[in-house]
Design a protein around this ligand. Structure first.
Ligand SMILES: C[S@@+](CC[C@H](N)C(=O)[O-])C[C@H]1O[C@@H](n2cnc3c(N)ncnc32)[C@H](O)[C@@H]1O
Length: 330
């Protein structure tokens, strides 16, 4: 009997999938935050929060397989992998809650005949929240530092997602105003409500729009700084990217700087050192039919669209994250 597969590497792949879905759920349910605050989580709490204790216990037992927690009696305590799992929670949320539906229909979306119209669904609120968490490790702290040094009076954030970057950028600088652009109604709604909650509705506007095809709106006048984080690949393929980047120059006639941060495509096969996110990011975009450019291809597109590259900054998290610092050609 060939039953060796029931234990070992292939069985571990199966269990890892379940850890990933449990981690995403535990994050959304506030269980990871509670564990971080208290180092322990009583399953009684689940009951009081209107959650099914049997399911919550099972989520925690699943996480214990990966040493993220330890479960004893009716409580869980943080395990040796908890801190790393907590730092990585955004990647899991992006993948499971944001892209889970797409993974379940991979056979359908693989058929070219099915690739017309809206052939897939993602939860864009979860994608926005996951991206915000992914950015918190390195990208956001770097933006805070950089924006602290730059002189600007109005900022536009393209593909603004949760709206967090705009809120930070505007609330730190009295007198500065901001505008967010996003194509997804759920992201626009999330950003607008976060802006209102922060009491900044008078200084930050959020508009629905496709960043590849922007016209010069009244809200864009005077914008001297543009940021665009984790969606640059949506400008591609190359011809639409070059046209879209060129159009940004007319939509934002006063822009002096464009800070474009994105994850670039890997150029080597996966192996023992494959980083978190890489395979998920590349599989999801292949499933959506979105082209992922390499760093070299980006540089060509900037040259051809009239943006001068002032410098590049690499990030370890997200892996292959690069910030391109650009100015319009004079
Ligand atoms: C991965 S999220 C990143 C969100 C945010 N920039 C951040 O750093 O957390 C990508 C965002 O870009 C938006 N987006 C994707 N394609 C777009 C397009 N063509 N025009 C405007 N927004 C777009 C998505 O709706 C989503 O909110």
């Amino acid at each position: 009997m060939h039953t060796a597969f029931t234990r070992g590497p292939v069985a571990d792949v199966f269990s890892s999938y379940l850890v990933a879905v449990s981690l995403s759920a535990a994050g959304e349910l506030g269980i990871l935050d509670a564990l971080r605050r208290e180092d322990s989580y009583s399953i009684e709490t689940a009951n009081a929060d209107g959650l099914d204790p049997r399911l919550v216990r099972q989520l925690l037992v699943t996480l214990s397989w990966a040493e993220i927690v330890e479960v004893a009696d009716d409580k869980a305590v943080t395990g040796p992998r908890f801190d790393d799992a907590y730092r990585a929670r955004g990647y899991f949320y992006w993948m499971v809650r944001g892209c889970g539906e797409l993974f379940s229909v991979l056979p359908e979306v693989s058929r070219t005949a099915n690739r017309t119209g809206d052939f897939y669904t993602r939860d864009m609120r979860a994608v926005a929240v996951g991206s915000k968490l992914i950015g918190e490790t390195e990208v956001e702290p770097h933006f805070v530092e950089l924006l602290g040094e730059l002189d600007y009076s109005a900022i536009a954030d393209l593909g603004c997602g949760s709206g967090q970057r705009l809120i930070d950028a505007v609330s730190r600088r009295p007198g500065v105003r901001g505008v967010g652009v996003d194509i997804a109604p759920s992201a626009v709604e999330l950003a607008a409500s976060s802006v209102a909650q922060a009491g900044l509705a008078g200084r930050i506007g959020v508009v629905t729009g496709d960043v590849r095809d922007l016209e010069p709106l009244p809200e864009f006048a005077g914008v001297d700084l543009i940021t665009c984080v984790f969606l640059g690949h949506d400008f591609w393929p190359k011809t639409t990217c070059v046209a879209g980047l060129r159009k940004l120059r007319t939509a934002f006639p006063d822009a002096r700087r464009l800070l474009l941060c994105d994850v670039v495509r890997s150029e080597e096969p996966p192996g023992a050192d494959t980083t978190i996110f890489t395979l998920g990011f590349e599989l999801v975009h292949a499933a959506m039919g979105v082209y992922l450019p390499t760093r070299t291809e980006w540089r060509e597109a900037f040259r051809e669209s009239g943006w001068v590259l002032n410098g590049e900054r690499d990030f370890a998290a997200p892996p292959r994250g690069v910030l391109f610092d650009l100015s319009p050609e004079s």
